[in-house]
Write a protein that binds this ligand. Sequence first.
Ligand code: NI
Ligand code: MN
Length: 227
Amino acid sequence: MATELTWLGHGSWLIATGEHHIVVDPFLTDSPTAAMKADDVPADFILVSHGHFDHVTDVERIAKRTGAMLISCFEVCQWFSRRGLEKNHPMNIGGSFAFPFGRVKMTMAQHSSTMPDGSNGGLAGGFLLSLAEGNVYFACDTGLFYDMKLIGAAGIALAALPIGDNFTMGPDDALEAVKLIEPRRVVPVHRGTWPVIEQDARAWAERVRHETQAEPVVIEPGGKIVL
Ligand code: NI
Ligand code: MN
């Protein structure tokens, strides 16, 4: 079976490889645009980019129900350990590890990371996943940074980039990011959840189509991409 990625809204994803289910930054229960309920999400692994509430809200709930392993930076794993999530794999920026579904590299992000109770969430990151069908780059919450060019050098089949602005890159900087990363396909996320990050994704996709070699994929929450 081909790997299928479902955008659950905001920065949340469900990846089904045929053998494993991997959830990224689950924000479902309190998200106005969530495409799935936390109690319905299958999970073997949960990737968390940073400690902000709109990325961690449903981690505990999903992990405790499914027994999924949490993969995140050291501080985020420590915080969840104290809440009873023993099954976790701490990493940090620049490090990679081969999990049963593929290698995960934690990439840098220009963003902050504080846990919902105000404790230190370490450094915010992104994820580069090496899956059977190709590399997928989740920039997660970040501003534009020139080292995206180095991440792109790995050869990116699909990049998920924030375009919402205000908390992350907006459409202009996300377009620059596409030029640096040069992915085969790019999907705009972290948008439309609230009025402050409302963006015209289709207008952005037109700019991507005209100014870069990448193929933009605009989906709504619940939409799927086959890798
Ligand atoms: Ni954030
Ligand atoms: Mn966020």
